[in-house]
Design a protein around this ligand. Structure first.
Ligand code: CDP
Length: 239
C-alpha cells in the first residue's frame, strides 16, 4: 500500500505548518511538523549538554552527533499522535511551546545540519507516519526536505514561498509582537540567516523537489493557500 502523504516544504515562516495543519483538518488527515522534531532535539541538547558553542560558533565537544542522538534515544525525544496532530515530547513532557523559544530557534539549523541527527529524525518521521497510517486516512508532513528526501514518492508535493519581508511580518504577527520597521528588519535578517544555513548545508539542503507545485503565497491569505492545496489534493488523491 502506498502511503498517502502530502509533502509541504519551504523556507522559514513561509506558512508551511499553518497550511499543513489546516489542510490536514480539511481532509481529515493527521499533521506532522518535522521542524518540531529538530526543535525538540535542539531543546534537549540545550537543556542537557549546556548552551556553549565551540570555536567559530559551531557545536562544542559536548554537542557531538553521538551525544545528541544518544540523548534523543535515551530521554526519549518523540512524536505522539494526540487527536490528529503529532505532538513533540521530551522525556514524556509535551514541549510544543518550549521549542518555539528564541533560544531554540537560534541553534536549530546547526543541529539540523548534522547527518546523524537527520537520519534519526527521518526514521522517526517515517515510523510515526507508518505506525499511525492504519488509524488515519493520510498524513500531511511539513518541513524542508519532505518531498526531496523523506517521502520522495509522495503523490503531492507543495513548495511554499513568500517574500522575506512578508515572512518576517507574518512571524512577528504570529508572536503578537510589534511590527515596527526596525523589528521587521531584524526578523527578516534572522530568517535570511536561517534560510542561508538550511539551503547551503551538505545534507538534504532546502530546495523544491523537481515535481513539486511551487506556490508563492506573498499575496495569498492563509484561507486561499489552504484552498489551493486542498484542491490539488482532491485532484491527485481522489477518494
Ligand atoms: O517554523 P519555521 O519555518 O521557522 O521552522 P521549522 O519548520 O520549525 O524548522 C526549524 C528548523 O529545523 C529549520 O530552520 C531547519 O534547520 C530544520 N528543519 C530541517 O532541516 N528539515 C526539516 N524537514 C524541518 C526542519
Amino acid at each position: 500500500m502506498t502511503l498517502r502523504v502530502i509533502a509541504i516544504d519551504g523556507p522559514a515562516a513561509s506558512g508551511k505548518s499553518s497550511t499543513a495543519r489546516a489542510v490536514a483538518r480539511r481532509l481529515g488527515w493527521a499533521h506532522l511538523d518535522s521542524g518540531a522534531l529538530y526543535r525538540a532535539i535542539t531543546l534537549a541538547a540545550l537543556d542537557n549538554l549546556g548552551e556553549k558553542a565551540g570555536e567559530g560558533g559551531t557545536a562544542g565537544e559536548g554537542w557531538s552527533a553521538q551525544r545528541i542522538v544518544g540523548l534523543a534515544d535515551g530521554l526519549p525525544v518523540r512524536l505522539v499522535l494526540v487527536g490528529d496532530v503529532f505532538r513533540p515530547e521530551v522525556a514524556g513532557v509535551d514541549v510544543e511551546e518550549a521549542i518555539r523559544s528564541e533560544r531554540v530557534t537560534r541553534r536549530v539549523s546547526e543541529v539540523a545540519a548534522i547527518p546523524e541527527v537527520r537520519h534519526w529524525v527521518n526514521v522517526q518521521q517515517r515510523d510515526a507516519a507508518l505506525r499511525h497510517h492504519a488509524g488515519v486516512a493520510g498524513v500531511v508532513v511539513d518541513g524542508r526536505d519532505i518531498g526531496t528526501v523523506v517521502f520522495p514518492d509522495a503523490p503531492l508535493k507543495v513548495f511554499l514561498t513568500a517574500s522575506p519581508e512578508e515572512r518576517a511580518r507574518r512571524r512577528l504577527a504570529q508572536r503578537g509582537g510589534r511590527v515596527d520597521p526596525s523589528e521587521l528588519q531584524r526578523e527578516a535578517a534572522a530568517l535570511a540567516a536561517r534560510d542561508q544555513a538550511d539551503s547551503t548545508r551538505a545534507v538534504a539542503p532546502l530546495r523544491a523537489a523537481a515535481d513539486a507545485v511551487v506556490l508563492d503565497t506573498t499575496r495569498l491569505s492563509l484561507d486561499d493557500q489552504v484552498a489551493r492545496v486542498v484542491a490539488l489534493a482532491r485532484d491527485r488523491l481522489p477518494g
